[in-house]
Design a protein around this ligand. Structure first.
Ligand SMILES: Cc1ncc(COP(=O)(O)O)c(C=O)c1O
Length: 557
C-alpha cells in the first residue's frame, strides 16, 4: 500500500476512518468491562478539546513550550497531593502504567548501580499478582524477577514471604494497590517495614487503584494505607487514563524526592544533534495527553470523582453479591477496587465468556498460573453501572446453559503433544500446527476464543509466550498489492462462521443488540471480540493471498 498519489479529501478520509471503526467494539455501550474507562460524554468532550488544543506541542524541550512544563508540573503536583506526597515529592508525567513502571525499575537499578556497584545482576521481588509491566521492565533492563507467591484465598502477598526471598542482589520490592487481576491491595505498610529493615527501595504499583482508592476511603471503604505517606515507600505509579478518565497516554510516577528521581533522567551529549535530556522513555512527547489529563481532572473535580466513586462502589457490591448467588460461580478474593474476579468449579469459564460475548458483553479471561485458577475478570467503569442487573441476568442464564466442563480434549491433546517442547527450539512448521489446532487459521484473528484460551491455559508460560508472539507476528500483516492504492472505502470484511459452542446456546436470546441486518449472531460475536483493526489486517492478508493466486505464486502456509 502506498500513500495515495492525490490527497483523498476530508470527507473520504473521515468516511474511511468511520469504516475502520465500524468493526470496533462499542466501548460506550456500557457492556464492556475492560480496556476503557468512560466517565460520560461531557468529560469526554472536555478531554478531547484540551487534547486537540495541545496535540502538536512537544514536551521534548521544556523551555520551548513553557505551557507544557506548567501542565506537567500541575498534573504531577495534583497526583502527589492525592497520594500522600509532600514538598520533597518529585515526579514525571508518562504515557501509561507500563512506562511509569519501567522508569521506576530503571531508577532503582541505577540508584543501586551508583551505591552498590558490586551487584552484578540486580533482583526485584514481585508478587505473582504484580502487573506484567514489571516483567517487561525486567526484560528491557536486565533485572532479575524473583517471584513471590500470594495467599491463594486473599491474593495478597505475605511480607514475610518477601523477606525470605531477599538476597545480597535485591534492589527493589514491589506491592500493588491494587493488583489488576483480583483488585486486592498488598500490605504496603508491612512491605515498607521490610524495605526499611533491609535498606531496599519499595515501589507501589497504584496504576489502577491510586486514583480511585482515596475516594473509596472517603466513602468509608476499609482501604489499607498504600501511598507515599507510608514509611518505606520510595516510589509509586498512578495512571490517569484509568479511573481519572483522562484520554489514553496519561500516567505519573512519583518518587520520595528528587535525589531518587535523578536516576530516571537520561541525557546525551554524544551525538551531533540537538541537546537531549529526557525524564521519560519518550523523547518527543506530545502534550495532548497532559492537557487532556489536566482538563479532565479540573473539570470533574473532587466532588465529581467522589460521586462517580459512589456509583462504582454500589455497582461493584451488587455485582459481587449477584455473582456469589449464581450457583456455578465462585468469587476470588475480596477486592477493594471495582475489579472482580470469579471462577467456576463446574463450567468452563472460557465458554461462559464466549457466550456472554454473543450477547454483546465484553468480559475478560484470565489464564491459570500454577495453582492460581483461570477465571473471569471485570473492570467496572461508570458506563457499566446502569447495566448491572442485565449483566447479572445474562451471566446467570449463560452459566445455566453452558455445558462445557473445565478443560477440553483439544487442550489436553495440545498440551500432551507440545507441552514438553523447548519453546526456543520450535520451528515455523510446529507453530503453524499449533496455531491451526487452536483454530487460528495461519493469518487473521481467531474464531474460537474458548478453544484458544483452553489451550493457552494448559501450556507452560514460556510456550504460551512464544505462541502469542508467533500469533501476533502473523496478525499484523501490512497491506500490499496494487488494489491497496484505492481509497479504503470498502467495509472491512470479517471472518465468518460460528465461534465454538456459541451456537449451542441459541443465538441472540438475551437483551443484547442481536444480529445486525445481513449478519449472523456469530459474526456479531466475532465482531465483539475483534481487537481494533485486526479485521483490516485480515482483509489485507486475504488480498495478498488473492494476489499471489493471480500471479500463480505459491501461497505461504
Ligand atoms: C496494576 C496495573 N499496573 C500497570 C498497568 C499497566 O498500565 P498500562 O496498560 O497503562 O501500561 C495496569 C494496567 O491495567 C495495571 O492494572
Amino acid at each position: 500500500m502506498q500513500i495515495p498519489p492525490q490527497g483523498l479529501g476530508r470527507e473520504d478520509v473521515f468516511r474511511s476512518l468511520e469504516d475502520f471503526a465500524g468493526s470496533d467494539y462499542d466501548w460506550r455501550s456500557g457492556k464492556c468491562y475492560a480496556y476503557t474507562f468512560d466517565a460520560g460524554e461531557r468529560a469526554e468532550r472536555v478531554a478531547k478539546d484540551a487534547f486537540m488544543a495541545f496535540m502538536y506541542k512537544n514536551a521534548l524541550d521544556p523551555t520551548f513550550f513553557p505551557s507544557v512544563l506548567e501542565l506537567e508540573n500541575r498534573v504531577v503536583a495534583m497526583a502527589a497531593a492525592h497520594l500522600g506526597g509532600d514538598a520533597q515529592t518529585a515526579g514525571t508525567f508518562t504515557s501509561g502504567g507500563t512506562e511509569s513502571i519501567m522508569l521506576a525499575v530503571k531508577t532503582a537499578r541505577d540508584y543501586f548501580r551508583h551505591r552498590r556497584p558490586d551487584i552484578e545482576r540486580p533482583e526485584m521481588i514481585l508478587p505473582v499478582t504484580a502487573h506484567a509491566a514489571f516483567h517487561k521492565a525486567a526484560h528491557y533492563l536486565d533485572v532479575k524477577v524473583v517471584p513471590a507467591r500470594v495467599n491463594p484465598e486473599t491474593f495478597r502477598v505475605d511480607p514475610e514471604t518477601v523477606r525470605g526471598l531477599i538476597s545480597p542482589s535485591t534492589i527493589l520490592l514491589v506491592g500493588s494497590a491494587s493488583c489488576y487481576a483480583y483488585g486486592t491491595v498488598d500490605p504496603i505498610p508491612e512491605l515498607g517495614q521490610v524495605a526499611l529493615d533491609h535498606g531496599l527501595l519499595l515501589h507501589v504499583d497504584a496504576c489502577i487503584g491510586g486514583f480511585l482508592l482515596p475516594f473509596f476511603k472517603e466513602l468509608g471503604v476499609d482501604v489499607p494505607d498504600f501511598d507515599l505517606s507510608v514509611d518505606g515507600v520510595t516510589s509509586i505509579s498512578m495512571d490517569l487514563h484509568k479511573y481519572a478518565y483522562a484520554p489514553k497516554g496519561a500516567s505519573v510516577v512519583l518518587y520520595r524526592n528528587a535525589e531518587l528521581r535523578r536516576h530516571q533522567i537520561f541525557a546525551c551529549a554524544a551525538w551531533t544533534g540537538y541537546t537531549i535530556v529526557n525524564t521519560s522513555v519518550q523523547s518527543t512527547k506530545g502534550a495532548g495527553p497532559m492537557a487532556g489529563a489536566w482538563a479532565v481532572m479540573s473539570f470533574i473535580g473532587r466532588d465529581g470523582y467522589r460521586e462517580i466513586a459512589r456509583a462504582l462502589l454500589d455497582a461493584t457490591r451488587r455485582l459481587k453479591q449477584g455473582i456469589a448467588e449464581i450457583p456455578q460461580l465462585r468469587l476470588l478474593g475480596d477486592s477493594e477496587m471495582p475489579l472482580i474476579a470469579f471462577t467456576s468449579d463446574e463450567v468452563n469459564v472460557f465458554h461462559v465468556i464466549d457466550a456472554m460475548s454473543s450477547r454483546g458483553w465484553h468480559i475478560q479471561p484470565q489464564l491459570r498460573l500454577d495453582d492460581y485458577r483461570e477465571c473471569i475478570h471485570l473492570s467496572v467503569n461508570p458506563s457499566n453501572t446502569e447495566h448491572t442487573e442485565a449483566m447479572l441476568r445474562d451471566l446467570r442464564e449463560v452459566c445455566a446453559k453452558v455445558k462445557a466442563p473445565r478443560g477440553s480434549k483439544l487442550a489436553s491433546a495440545v498440551s500432551a503433544t507440545f507441552g514438553r517442547l523447548d519453546p526456543d527450539r520450535l520451528n515455523d512448521a510446529i507453530f503453524n500446527k499449533m496455531i491451526g489446532m487452536a483454530g487460528m487459521k495461519g493469518v487473521g484473528v481467531p474464531e474460537k476464543m474458548a478453544d484458544i484460551n483452553d489451550i493457552m491455559n494448559v501450556l507452560p508460560p514460556r510456550l504460551s509466550e512464544r505462541l502469542l508472539i508467533e500469533f501476533v507476528n502473523r496478525l499484523f500483516v501490512q497491506p500490499g498489492g496494487d488494489d491497496a492504492l484505492d481509497p479504503p472505502r470498502r467495509r472491512i470484511r470479517l471472518p465468518q462462521g460460528p465461534p465454538a459452542h456459541v451456537g449451542d446456546l441459541g443465538s441472540g436470546s438475551g437483551p443484547g443488540p442481536g444480529p445486525g441486518p445481513g449478519r449472523s449472531s456469530s459474526t456479531d460475536a466475532v465482531l465483539a471480540r475483534l481487537p481494533g483493526l485486526a479485521g483490516a489486517a485480515l482483509d489485507a492478508a486475504r488480498r495478498i493471498r488473492d494476489r499471489l493466486v493471480d500471479l500463480g505464486l505459491p501461497i505461504p502456509r
